[in-house]
Design a protein around this ligand. Sequence first.
Ligand SMILES: CCCCCCCC/C=C\CCCCCCCC(=O)SCCNC(=O)CCNC(=O)[C@H](O)C(C)(C)COP(=O)(O)OP(=O)(O)OC[C@H]1O[C@@H](n2cnc3c(N)ncnc32)[C@H](O)[C@@H]1OP(=O)(O)O
Length: 184
Amino acid sequence: MTRSSVTTPPPGAGRLQAAPGGPAPGSPLGSHYGDCFGCGERHPTGLHLRATTPDGLTVVAEFTVGEAHQGAPGLAHGGVLAAAMDEVIGMSVWLFQRPYVTGRLETDYLAPVPVGTTLHLRAWCTGVSGRKAYLEAEGRAGSPDGPVAVRAAALFIEVGMEHFARHGDAKAIADEHHEYEVNP
Ligand SMILES: CCCCCCCC/C=C\CCCCCCCC(=O)SCCNC(=O)CCNC(=O)[C@H](O)C(C)(C)COP(=O)(O)OP(=O)(O)OC[C@H]1O[C@@H](n2cnc3c(N)ncnc32)[C@H](O)[C@@H]1OP(=O)(O)O
């Protein structure tokens, strides 16, 4: 992965620790919002990512490229592939058990991805420093050990739940997140 200094953990960055109350190895990771383009089950043309954590420290998910995801005829749009990487990395909020948002996302495109291809996505954390989390992801075509078609490196920033209330739809978030106080 070609990554910048912004997405490279600084010396002394900590490792991701399994958070108390976090998902057990083998657990499915839920959708954070039903209308989310990445993971929402209600979204008509979204990516419909369904993720699990094999070990409590990484996220795996699948995304099948559909007609609604094209850029060039018959091929996935690069922005849609970036969204898939953003989403599988973003699913790590369940591992951290804290809300994070994308600060920076860097993407390498290694091969075109035809409509109908299932991308096997995996994301992992390379370091944590204060509010900053450094994460990487890859998408392999056809099977979990298929050729890597997309890679990404990201800087995610921890926010409070009030971030979503202040900038977004507080009621929609509260309706789906009874476990958190959205507007403290
Ligand atoms: C069990 C858990 C439960 C979770 C439940 C969640 C439910 C809620 C629903 C949803 C979840 C999330 C959905 C996931 C979807 C996939 C992820 C996305 O697509 S997220 C959307 C796209 N991203 C944004 O919209 C961010 C927009 N940006 C911002 O809001 C701000 O810029 C923010 C919060 C990122 C930072 O703003 P500041 O004011 O809080 O903090 P400052 O001081 O600016 O930054 C903190 C540190 O980070 C660095 N930083 C921030 N952005 C950077 C950047 N782009 N490049 C380099 N450094 C950056 C800064 O330099 C600073 O570093 P120094 O502490 O000084 O060392």
